[in-house]
Design a protein around this ligand. Structure first.
Ligand code: T1G
Ligand code: NAD
Length: 704
């Protein structure tokens, strides 16, 4: 047992007892903790001198809610549950005030809401994030929150899952008092003592629910169906909040319990727990000690003010870091700077940012026409053309002008970072890849490419930087396309093969979005611009195995000058001013022609086949990447695909998804296809795990 739950008298208000829960690192309600809280409450109740109890968290000060590690598993029968403990707090003969500090999330907030009063320190994050774990709240949150804040605010918090801060909580009735002194425990005790004196209000359960307009639920369902497409938990959350308006409190609790039970054992919840823990692994690199020194990054130079450079500059400005943005020509520089100014102005217009903040971020980026203007910066991110010679000349100049200790990063998508690093001579240890994704100011994924000579300190600094920028920073090794683009390119290739064999772009896209992808592959390619991939295919044509199947549909579309949305045509047709993809009979003709030329007889392709081929191929490439040591964990590959390519988080990423299908099934499907199709030889690691009846999560555990 690594936790303690203590009971003491408050120093300044001895009639108030203080129960402090200390369960590092985040005071989760692990097995035994609810029982210990009940025991301390009973001790307080047995003491006639005590008039009230303050419940608070020690250590980090926050209450992170239920212990996610035991979710979906059996809870010991003789141990009180979080729900039982919450009921005891609410029905306590002594009034209980919760002191909420730092964060009160999920079960942590539910504990607070079951108490008679809630006192919070400013800045404390209050939330019901369960929906992000594939479940509705299970400790009465869906019944108590609407009673405290009204239906709309409760729906926003429970269905959206994002936290609010204590001040907003105070404004909407969730928090009774803010404690700003340096002794919030005594402040909470004083608050409770004054309530005891002036007369207690009824417990939360006895309040009525305000704002019960039934249309709120229908519109919440419509929004959830669009924004959280395919997910069970948001709908369960809405049902539960609705139940708070139609059922008596205890019945509402039972209803919530039932919905919670249905969701917590689902594949979706397991996948989202997987994603949660995967995110907590990302900074962990074997051989990289926790106390590795980290270089300060307070000023940054970004070279190249094109699509990526301007987006990357905004990532830093968003984090309050000053940026020198460098181009060769004034005109290109002005274009980049004005793109940045426009983006921030647009955010201010949509009220996503205050206009002062938009202004502040815009002015954090200043332009320059020479890298010497940024030679004092702590970090450089190069985002010039994807051309090895251009990159090498930039890096050799950087090696001579940048101050000692500056980190030299490249945003290359495919090029060999070792070769780029070699062009810096004895500064190769300072070189790392920082592969941002487009649009860089929005996409959460950042691949941190560890080159052969990257120093540990530089790697540790890049990981810390990823956190500071709010990115999912995944450490990867050097190979063509690193992790994300390499996996993705197999999916791109296979879905094009499916067209050649008889599927249509809209059928494939329909199936993929139904599966949960943020967008269909052909709609995405049209959005991103088909010319970039085409140029890359031409540049790497010499690397292709001439014996293996090659599909010319994408190339033929490009030869017509159709590059996707920007030219009004691509895999689809776009009417003037519209972004809605329409099937294009001319593209159908190109597909048929390519099939004939490739000697492929077209047939009816089933939706199941599309899912299997699109995602099995990703899994197989992921297995190869793991075998080669390019990714450290299968869960990193999952996070890359979730955060960079629109793979549904509620399926946990491709490697996790394969586990729910069964690796044996995936291998069997691959072997069957490999009889007639190129590229379907299962990777040895995939075969081995399948034979051992294991999943990639097992591989991660065994190799941790
Ligand atoms: N259970 C178990 N472990 C947890 C945990 C939790 N709730 N929260 C964090 N950890 C571990 C995490 O894996 C990591 O472990 C370490 O703590 C530090 O976390 C009944 C059903 C609280 C804001 O969703 O959002 O209540 O890697 O690196 O940046 O309705 O952790 O060191 O081994 O993230 O300071 C709802 C989840 C649960 C909150 C702290 N609660 N946690 O952030 O540290 S469901 C949540 C967080 C529930 C009820 C339901 C964050 C944090 P390790 P960290 P941090
Ligand atoms: P881009 O063509 O939009 O921008 C490149 C910019 O670099 C141009 O404005 C050009 O004038 C400038 N430039 C070229 N040489 C320069 C030099 N020596 N000094 C200063 N500026 C110079 O290209 P992009 O799409 O922004 O891509 C940039 C890099 O980012 C490439 O390596 C690319 O592979 C990578 N990348 C692109 C994407 C994407 O989706 N576009 C995603 C991830 C990474």
């Amino acid at each position: 047992m690594s936790f303690t739950v203590s009971l003491e008298r408050d120093k300044t208000h001895p009639s108030i007892a203080v129960i402090t829960v200390d369960n590092p690192p985040v005071n989760a309600m692990s097995i035994g903790v609810p029982g210990a809280i009940i025991a301390r409450l009973e001790e307080a109740q047995a003491d006639r001198e005590i008039a009230g109890v303050v419940l608070c968290a020690g250590g980090s000060g926050g209450f992170a809610g239920a212990d996610i590690r035991v979710q979906g598993k059996a809870w010991p029968e003789d141990e009180p549950t979080l729900s039982e403990m919450v009921a005891r707090l609410e029905n306590s003969t002594l009034p209980v005030a919760a002191l909420l500090r730092r964060n009160a999330l999920g079960g942590g907030l539910e504990i607070g809401m079951a108490c008679r009063y809630r006192v919070a320190t400013p800045g404390t994050q209050l939330g019901q994030p369960e929906v992000k774990l594939g479940i509705p709240p299970g400790g009465g949150g869906t019944q108590r929150l609407p009673r405290l804040t009204g239906v709309q605010a409760a729906l926003d918090m429970i269905v959206g899952g994002d936290p609010i801060d204590a001040k907003k909580g105070h404004d909407i009735g969730l928090i009774d008092a803010l404690a700003a002194s340096d002794d919030p425990v005594s402040e909470a005790a004083a608050y409770l003592a004054s309530q005891v004196e002036s007369g207690l209000r009824p417990p939360t359960r006895d309040r009525s629910v305000d704002g019960t307009d039934p249309t709120l639920f229908e519109s919440a369902r419509t929004v959830a169906a669009r924004k959280q497409r395919g997910q069970l938990a948001p709908l369960a959350c809405i049902d539960c909040v609705e139940a708070s308006t139609t059922l008596p409190f205890d019945e509402g609790l039972k209803f919530e319990r039932q919905k919670f039970g249905e969701c917590v054992s689902s594949d979706q919840a397991a996948a989202m727990r997987h994603a949660f823990f995967a995110e907590r692994q990302i900074g962990k690199v074997p051989g990289l000690a926790k106390n590795t020194p980290v270089r300060d990054i307070n000023t940054v130079m970004v070279i190249g003010a094109g699509t990526m450079g301007s987006g990357i500059a905004m990532c830093f400005a968003n984090a309050g870091i000053a940026v020198t943005l460098v181009e060769r020509q004034q005109e290109a520089l002005d274009r980049g700077l004005s793109r940045i100014a426009k983006t921030y102005a647009g955010m201010a217009e949509k009220v996503r940012l205050s206009s002062e903040e938009a202004q502040r971020r815009t002015s954090l980026v200043t332009g320059a026409l020479s890298v010497t203007d940024g030679s004092d910066c702590d970090l450089v991110v190069e985002a010039v053309f994807e051309d090895m010679d251009v990159k090498k000349s930039v890096f050799s100049e950087l090696a001579s002008v940048m101050k000692p200790g500056a980190i030299l990063a490249t945003n290359t998508s495919y090029l060999d970072v070792d070769e780029i690093a070699a062009s810096t001579g004895d500064r190769a240890g300072d070189v790392v890849g920082l592969h941002f994704f487009s649009p860089a100011n929005i996409m959460k994924l950042m691949e941190i490419v560890r080159a052969e000579r990257t120093e540990l300190e530089v790697l540790a600094s890049a990981i810390a930087l990823g956190r500071k920028l709010g990115k999912i920073g995944i450490v990867v090794g050097v190979c063509n396309g690193f992790v994300g683009n390499r996996v993705y390119s197999t999916y791109v290739r296979e879905t094009e093969f499916l067209l050649e064999e008889g599927a249509t772009p809209s059928q494939v896209d329909g199936v993929l979005t139904e599966f949960g992808m943020a967008m269909g592959i052909f709609a995405v390619r049209d959005l991103a611009g088909l010319d970039i991939g085409w140029a890359n295919r031409k540049a790497t044509a010499h690397l292709r195995d001439p014996v293996k199947r090659y599909c010319k549909i994408g190339d033929t579309i490009c030869e017509n000058g159709w590059f996707g949305q920007k030219t009004g045509r691509g895999f689809y047709l776009y009417e003037e001013g519209s972004r809605t993809p329409k099937p294009d009979p001319d593209v159908d003709a190109i597909i048929s022609k390519c099939a004939v030329e490739g000697g492929i007889s077209q047939r009816q392709i089933s939706n199941e086949e599309i899912v299997e081929r699109a995602f099995d191929i990703m899994v197989n490439e992921g297995a190869k990447i793991l075998e080669e040591g390019i990714a450290l964990r299968a869960s990193d590959i999952d996070l890359a695909m979730i955060n960079g390519y629109g793979f549904p988080r509620w399926r946990g990423g491709p490697m996790c998804w394969a586990g729910t299908i069964g690796l044996g099934t995936v291998v069997a499907r691959m072997r069957k296809l490999s009889e007639t199709h190129d590229f379907w030889e299962p990777a040895p690691l995939l075969v081995r795990l399948a034979e051992e009846g294991k999943t990639f999560a097992d591989w991660d555990r065994e190799n941790a």
